[in-house]
Write a protein that binds this ligand. Structure first.
Ligand SMILES: *Cc1c(COP(=O)(O)O)cnc(C)c1O
Length: 357
């Protein structure tokens, strides 16, 4: 008997998200913070977890953490929603504010999750390609379709290209459309305060900003993120969310991270300086290697024969980076996370052997 298929017909070609994770000595593929937590902070987190009542359901809205995030960013509690990672919030945003054939505008090459969630939420995706030489947003292109959009997503710093968007342009764009503009700032903690669009979040406005504890705060394994948004959008997302998706441990741990946020600065400074060192050293390995400036904890490198280089880095040098060579606009490109000095040195040494000329 043929195997029965229970999947809905329009989802038959969907496949699970595959981070292409393979255990290697040097794991610089997923934009994690490979430096880990500042001295003493993990102990505080463990102590905070020990105080939790595991037999009780968590606070559904995570109000303690919500208040800490609200105070940090100078918004009200009503303008904050906490999620099981930023990914869950992206889905809830497209599901609750999009759907029903509404148009999602976004700017590839970018985080591939947007297109996937748009489809799952029943939105129509209108991609406006970035300039493929600089990866800058095509501002005129976005403005031209903004009027018909339900949601516009701009990623800053962009994943995988590392560049920022100008908050002054986002402010102008917000005046040209009734769409909700989500600025995905998963990596903004690596950039300067003035690069963030969070000051544009107002109850009577249409700008929202996504943040996460997975990247700068070295908590990718804990699953916690947030969106700052007008109250009406927070209410819409609250209505569709799984009530207890943020468990007591994640709430307690992320709250300790917010309280100790200043103690992460030395690590963030070191990551930025290692990033600049790599952006200088890689082109010196071979004139065939091209890199782009980045405001995040990763950078994109165009390397001749990138797919083959990616395979050999993993299999012969136990260095895992992310292969983007089959992504339109990123031919021969790898995305590389900034690691510790030792990890970065391992990568440079391997590339020196693999890439000639
Ligand atoms: C990592 C990332 C997120 C969120 O990640 P979570 O671990 O789910 O919080 C969101 N957007 C972009 C662009 C990212 O790279």
């Amino acid at each position: 008997m043929p195997q029965r298929s229970f999947i809905r017909p329009d989802f038959e070609d969907l496949e699970p998200y595959d981070p292409k994770y393979v255990a290697c000595d040097v794991m610089i593929s997923a934009n994690e913070n490979t430096y880990g937590l500042p001295e003493g902070v993990k102990d505080q987190m463990v102590a905070a977890v020990a105080e939790q009542a595991f037999n009780r359901y968590p606070d559904p809205m995570a109000n303690g953490l919500r208040d800490a995030v609200a105070q940090w960013h100078g918004v009200g509690r009503d303008n904050v929603i906490i999620g099981n990672g930023g990914d869950e919030l992206l889905f809830n945003l497209l599901f609750s504010c999009g759907g029903n054939g509404g148009v999602l505008v976004s700017c590839p090459p970018e985080f591939s999750i947007y297109a996937l969630y748009a489809r799952m939420a029943g939105m129509r995706h209108v991609p406006v390609m970035r300039d493929l030489a600089t990866f800058e947003v095509d501002q005129a292109g976005v403005e031209a379709v903004a009027k018909d959009a339900r949601i516009i997503i701009i990623t800053s710093p962009n994943n995988p290209t590392g560049n920022l968007v100008d908050p002054a342009w986002v402010e102008r764009l917000s005046g040209m459309t009734d769409a909700l503009i989500l600025v995905d700032e998963a990596y903004i903690d690596f950039a300067r305060d003035e690069d963030s669009c969070r000051r544009l979040v107002r109850d009577d406005g249409n700008v929202a900003v996504l943040g996460t504890f997975s990247k700068a705060f070295a908590l990718a394994g804990v699953r916690c993120g947030y969106i700052l948004a007008p109250k009406s959008a927070v209410d819409a997302m609250s209505a569709v969310r799984q009530p207890y998706s943020v468990d007591v441990c994640a709430q307690a741990i992320a709250t300790v991270a917010v309280r100790n946020r200043e103690s992460f600065s030395p690590i963030l400074t070191q990551i930025a300086s290692e990033r600049e060192r790599m952006l200088a050293e890689l082109p010196a390995v071979s004139s065939g290697i091209q890199v782009w400036p980045s405001a995040a904890n990763f950078y994109t490198a165009r390397i001749p024969g990138a797919h083959d280089v990616w395979n050999r880095l993993r299999d012969e040098y136990s260095v895992l980076v992310r292969d983007f060579s089959s992504t339109p606009g990123l031919e021969d490109c790898l995305r590389i996370t900034v690691g510790t000095p030792e990890e970065n040195d391992r990568l440079v040494a391997a590339l020196a052997e693999l890439v000639k000329g």
